[in-house]
Ligand binder design. Structure first.
Ligand code: NAD
Length: 367
C-alpha cells in the first residue's frame, strides 16, 4: 500500500521558516516510527504570484484535491498589499478552502501549563484548558445573498444575509459530535435563537443530530453568553459548535486565552474522500509575520501542532499526535522559549531551528 500523501504549501514570510521544522518532524516519523508520508511541495500566496502571476496555480489546486492532507504555512506580505484583490495572496487560501469545500474549521484552545502565565486571565482559570471550537466555514452571513451596498431613498444601505440550510448546519454539527466522541463527550452549540430565525433552525438541527450521539451531552447557549462564559470559566467547555460569524469571533477570543499566536494550530475539514479520509487542510492561525520574517525568530510550534492535528484527524494516528504534543509540552516545561514566548524575566530566546532541535530531541527521547 502506498504511503499517505501530504502537499506542503509553505507560502510567504515565516511560512517557509516554520514549515522547515515541520518537515524535519515528518522525516522523523518516517525514520523512527515507520510512519512515512509521500510529501510534495508547491507554491501558494505571494510566492505563487511571483512565479505564475496568480496566488494559486490550477495545477496546485488539482494536487490539493488529490492528496490526503494539505499543510499550509502562511500567506501575504507588504510586497503584495497593492495587488488587485483578485490576485492577492489570501485569494489562494480562500480558493483552497472553497474548492475543497472545507466546511468545518477546528480551532483548539489548549493551555500548556508552562505558558499559563501568558494568558490575560488568571492562571487557575486557564491552566489545563483544552477546548475545541468548531466553526462552520463555508456559509452564513459571509456568503449569504443578497449582499452589497445599495441606494435606498436618499442614503445608502449595507446588506449582508445570514442564511443556513439544514444540510449545512447538519454537517457542521455532525463533525462536532464526532469530535466530542473522541474527547470528553460534551458539545455546546452557540447561536442567537432568541433574536434570529437562522439561530432557531440551527438549534433544532443540532438537537436532531445530537439524537444520533446519545453518549454526548448536548447543551445550547446564546453566543453572547458564550463569549462571557469563555472568559469567565472556559474549562466548562469541551467542544463548541457555532456558525461562521460567531465562530470567527469566539475562536479568536478563546485562542487568546492561551497566550501567543505562535502556539495556535487549526484544521479545516470537508467531506470524506473515497478512502474515508476527510478533505483536509492544516495551518497555523498566525500570518506571515513580515516584521520577523527572515530573522530565524519565528515560533514553529503552531505549525507543528497543525501537523499533530493532521496525524490525529487525517491519518488516525492519535497516539503519535499525542507523542508530538507531549514532546512540545516537555520542551516548554524545560524552559525552551522562542522570542514571542519570553516573559518579563528575560533570558536568551531560541531561534526557530533551535526550537526544532529541542522538539526533535524530545521526540527521540520518547521512543
Ligand atoms: P501575523 O499573524 O502575521 O503577525 C501578528 C504578530 O504576531 C506579529 O508581531 C508577528 O511577528 C507575531 N507572530 C505571528 N506568528 C508568529 C510566530 N509563529 N512566531 C512568533 N511571532 C509570531 O498577522 P499580521 O501582522 O496581521 O499579518 C501579516 C501578513 O499575514 C498580512 O499580509 C496578512 O494578510 C497575512 N495573514 C495571513 C494569514 C494566513 O496565511 N492564514 C493569517 C493572518 C494574516
Amino acid at each position: 500500500m502506498s504511503n499517505p500523501s501530504i502537499l506542503i504549501l509553505p507560502g510567504d514570510g515565516i511560512g517557509p521558516e516554520v514549515m522547515d521544522q515541520v518537515i524535519r518532524v515528518i522525516d522523523w516519523y518516517g525514520a523512527k516510527r515507520d510512519l512515512a508520508f509521500d510529501v510534495s511541495t508547491d507554491l501558494v500566496g505571494g510566492a505563487a504570484y511571483d512565479a505564475h502571476g496568480v496566488p494559486l496555480h490550477d495545477d496546485t489546486m488539482a494536487r490539493a484535491q488529490e492528496v490526503d492532507a494539505v499543510l499550509l504555512g502562511a500567506v501575504g506580505g507588504p510586497a503584495y498589499d497593492d495587488l488587485d484583490f483578485s490576485v492577492k495572496p489570501e485569494r489562494g487560501l480562500l480558493r483552497l478552502r472553497k474548492e475543497m469545500d472545507l466546511f468545518s474549521n477546528l480551532r483548539p484552545a489548549q493551555c500548556f501549563d508552562a505558558l499559563a502565565d501568558f494568558s490575560s486571565l488568571k492562571k487557575d482559570i486557564v491552566a489545563g484548558l483544552d477546548i475545541m471550537i468548531v466553526r462552520e466555514l463555508t456559509s452564513g452571513v459571509y456568503f449569504g445573498e443578497p449582499r452589497g451596498i445599495f441606494e435606498e431613498g436618499n442614503e445608502r444601505v449595507g446588506i449582508n444575509t445570514q442564511r443556513y440550510t439544514e444540510s449545512e448546519i447538519e454537517r457542521a454539527a455532525r463533525s462536532a459530535f464526532e469530535l466530542a466522541m473522541r474527547r470528553n463527550k460534551k458539545v455546546c452549540s452557540m447561536e442567537k435563537a432568541n433574536v434570529m430565525e437562522s439561530g432557531i433552525l440551527w438549534r433544532e438541527v443540532v438537537t436532531r443530530v445530537g439524537a444520533d450521539y446519545p453518549e454526548v451531552e448536548l447543551s445550547h447557549m446564546y453566543a453572547d453568553n458564550g463569549a462571557m462564559q469563555l472568559v469567565r470559566a472556559p474549562k466548562q467547555f469541551d467542544v463548541i459548535v457555532t456558525d461562521n460569524l460567531f465562530g470567527d469571533i469566539l475562536s479568536d477570543c478563546a485562542a487568546m486565552l492561551t497566550g501567543s499566536l505562535g502556539m495556535l494550530p487549526s484544521a479545516s475539514l470537508g467531506a470524506p474522500m473515497a478512502n474515508g479520509r476527510p478533505k483536509a487542510m492544516y495551518e497555523p492561525v498566525h500570518g506571515s509575520a513580515p516584521d520577523i520574517a527572515g530573522q530565524g525568530k519565528a515560533n514553529p510550534i503552531a505549525c507543528m501542532l497543525s501537523f499533530a492535528m493532521a496525524l490525529r484527524y487525517s491519518f488516525d494516528q492519535g497516539d503519535e499526535a499525542a507523542r508530538l504534543e507531549t514532546a512540545i509540552e516537555k520542551v516548554l516545561a524545560d524552559g525552551a522559549r522562542t522570542a514571542d514566548l519570553m516573559g518579563p524575566e528575560g533570558g536568551t530566546p531560541l531561534s526557530t531551528s533551535e526550537m526544532g532541535d529541542a522538539i526533535l530531541a524530545a521526540l527521540d527521547a520518547s521512543v
